[in-house]
Design a protein around this ligand. Structure first.
Ligand SMILES: Nc1ncnc2c1ncn2[C@@H]1O[C@H](COP(=O)(O)OP(=O)(O)O)[C@@H](O)[C@H]1O
Ligand SMILES: [Mg+2]
Length: 261
């Protein structure tokens, strides 16, 4: 596995905010078709890593290569078009719009027609709209939201709202999906359904980076884990390796975690 070109290769990545080093030289790689979790205490730099990966922040130093292409310096829409999509730690939905409309917003980053063509409603615009609808419907199916497509997003239970965000990210047809605390606020049943969904996403050919505090979920769904602490890599390895790592236990796991979902 390690001989293959990594899907994502991050080297000596630094992100400082004034005096705060949110990422203090992070290096790690992930490969196609993995579910790779990123864990660590609050403030460890997990969300910052996602923000840098998506081009929201320009890193202070280091490099990020996606499928061998350097991402540093690219604006967010170019990075999205290369195949990286994300969800947010805090829900970002349009409550008055339908579920389908919320999801279709996600694939507009992939739209190729210009404004003039759109204003004139040229045939290629209509073709593209059909394509966006199709991708959105596929994403809704995968997220088991098809029955809710025409409902206002604001009318759904919280667990389903979080899934609409995942569907929106998937509608952009990413190769790499970044999930930022998708289980936060979910009950046990919703968390189990989320685990199944993350596995289906991987089966559909999308690599997943998962920031999450819910250790039973993380340990049961992930192939590998990256542990961040104070902006640095504390450890990287399989769930079994991470659970047995004394430094990780001391800094984060605390030794009292049950790993069965
Ligand atoms: N836009 C920002 N401006 C200033 N400091 C920030 C900004 N974003 C994050 N930080 C700081 O960077 C550190 C890492 O934050 P974050 O990446 O959100 O951590 P995590 O997601 O692991 O909880 C924290 O100390 C946080 O306060
Ligand atoms: Mg965070």
């Amino acid at each position: 596995m390690t001989k293959a070109t990594p899907l994502l290769a991050i080297e000596a990545l630094e992100q400082s905010f004034g005096g705060v080093m949110a990422l203090a030289g992070v290096s790690f790689q992930t490969h196609e078709n993995l579910i790779h979790a990123v864990i660590g205490p609050n403030g460890a730099g997990k969300t910052t890593l996602f923000n840098v990966l998506c081009g929201f922040y320009q890193p202070t130093a280091g490099s990020l290569r996606f499928n061998s292409q350097e991402l540093r310096g690219l604006p967010p829409h170019r990075i999205a078009a290369l195949g990286i999509a994300r969800t947010f730690q805090n829900l970002q939905l349009f409550f008055n719009m339908t579920v389908l409309e919320n999801v279709m917003v996600g694939c507009h980053l992939r739209a190729r027609v210009g404004l003039l063509a759109a204003a004139l409603r040229l045939p290629k615009v209509r073709r593209e709209e059909r394509q966006l609808r199709e991708w959105s419907s596929e994403a809704l199916e995968l997220c088991e939201l098809a029955d809710h497509a025409e409902q206002p997003a604001g009318a759904l239970p919280y667990g389903l709202m979080k899934r609409v965000e995942i569907a929106r990210a998937l509608a952009a047809k990413p190769r790499l999906l970044l999930l930022d605390e998708p289980a936060a606020g979910l009950n046990d049943t919703e968390t189990l359904a989320l685990r199944d969904l993350i596995m289906r996403i991987r089966t559909s050919g999308v690599t997943v980076l998962l920031v999450e505090h819910h250790m039973p979920l993380v340990m049961s769904v992930s192939d590998r884990l990256l542990v961040l602490d104070y902006g640095s890599v504390l450890a990287e390895g399989t769930p079994a390796e991470i659970q047995a790592n004394p430094q990780v236990i001391a800094a984060y796991l605390g030794g009292a975690v049950q790993y069965a979902v």
